[in-house]
Ligand binder design. Structure first.
Ligand code: IPM
Ligand code: MG
Length: 372
């Protein structure tokens, strides 16, 4: 398969982790005979420094002309600490999501058995956790009208949703539930918010055409608690933009590190793949960031194009790294392995013969990996 991939490394650790995702995709190219063309472009704080615009026109045009976007991370403390900044890196990401019509953000949360003891939660609470969050990504409070009074003392952000915005992602979430354990939980705040009551109405109606899927409802405050108390009860969680942002960060620690969670953002025409973590500025340039979320995002990219075997090979190589404790220091404080070591290990095990077609027999096992 031929794919043109727009590579947007972005800020902070973005370039370091995205480079490892690219290395893994290149290993897939070689092992499976595909052709992936990567074209890099600036976005975020780095693009503001270069052009004054967090999403330069050329970057947007490249993304529109590509089959997929591979995204690193966005954000810079110099803007976080300046509430009066008029131009902000995050505007680049939000505009990109809107312009590409990426209305559905898919964030799988799974506990890797090898990492269970790294979780801040007890093993008996989290074992068996395997759910996916469908987060609406181009509506709600993120995109509603913003207001700041002239004296600067009053501000508001409008949370607005329409029926079509809810129904298009609801269909995707119900379809996903059908391929999983047939359970969908709508998370909202329908006891308080009018927009949540619209979500309930629309999702309940759509649910009638998916009779095999059990539909539940949870208020977001309760959902935040249930995620910690009993995460394995969830299969598909469907929710609006900001609740999904918050709950997915919460969900990410169940598995031991936010550095593990990938995401896919899809629309009718475009798709973008990015780790759920931020730009982790304190780690920038130190070669300590965990590249696994970015690499698993690349696996979601492969999956999106129907390259299941290829995606599975990447996931297997990631599992091999975790099993062999080839991890960065977020997962093992004593680890001496850097971002590039972990990425290189995973890339070099993608075509392993013990789990794939008999190639590279001599490379099996940690002892003979190229970086040991
Ligand atoms: C995410 C991030 C973004 C969001 C930020 C960087 C704008 O937190 O993708 O979860 O809030 O959507
Ligand atoms: Mg977030």
């Amino acid at each position: 398969m031929k794919l043109k991939i727009a590579l947007l490394p972005g800020d902070g650790i973005g370039p370091e982790v995205a480079a490892q995702a690219v290395a893994c995709l290149q290993a897939v190219e070689e092992a499976f005979g595909h052709q992936f063309e990567f074209v890099e472009a600036p976005v975020g704080a780095i693009a503001i420094d270069k052009t004054g615009n967090p999403l330069p026109d050329d970057t947007l045009a490249l993304c529109k002309a590509s089959d997929a976007v591979l995204f690193g991370a966005i954000g810079d403390p110099k803007y976080d600490n300046d509430p009066s900044a008029k131009v902000r890196p995050e505007q680049g990401l939000l505009r990109l999501r809107k312009e590409l019509g990426l209305f559905s953000n898919i964030r799988p949360v799974k506990v890797f058995p090898t990492l269970i003891e790294k979780s801040p939660l007890r093993e008996n609470r989290i074992s068996g956790t395997d759910f996916v969050i469908y987060r609406e990504l181009t509506g709600g409070i993120y995109f509603g009208e913003k207001f700041l009074s002239e004296d600067g003392n009053t501000a508001s952000d409008l949370c607005i949703y329409t029926e079509p915005e809810i129904s298009r992602i609801a269909h995707l979430a119900f379809k996903a539930a059908k391929t999983r354990r047939n359970k969908l939980t709508l998370v909202d705040k329908a006891n308080v918010l009018e927009s949540s009551r619209l979500w309930r109405k629309v999702v309940t109606r759509i649910g009638e055409s998916y009779p095999e899927v059990e539909l539940n409802y949870l208020f977001v405050d309760n959902a935040a608690m249930q995620l910690i108390l009993n995460p394995s009860q969830f299969d598909v969680i469907l929710t609006e933009n900001m609740f999904g942002d918050i709950l997915s960060d919460e969900g990410s620690v169940i598995g031991g590190s936010i550095g593990l969670l990938p995401s896919a953002s899809v629309g009718d025409e475009s798709a973008m793949f990015e780790p759920i973590h931020g730009s982790y500025p304190q780690a920038t340039g130190k070669n300590i960031a965990n590249p696994i979320a970015s690499i698993l995002s690349a696996a979601m990219l492969l999956d999106h194009f129907g390259l299941d075997e290829e995606a599975a090979a990447v996931v297997r190589a990631v599992n091999k790294a975790l099993k062999n404790n080839m991890v960065t220091s977020d997962l093992d404080a004593n680890s001496k392995y850097g971002t590039d070591d972990v990425g290189h290990f995973i890339a070099s095990h993608i075509s392993d013969s013990d789990d794939f077609r008999g190639l590279n027999k001599e490379n099996i096992g940690l002892g003979k990996s190229t970086i040991i």
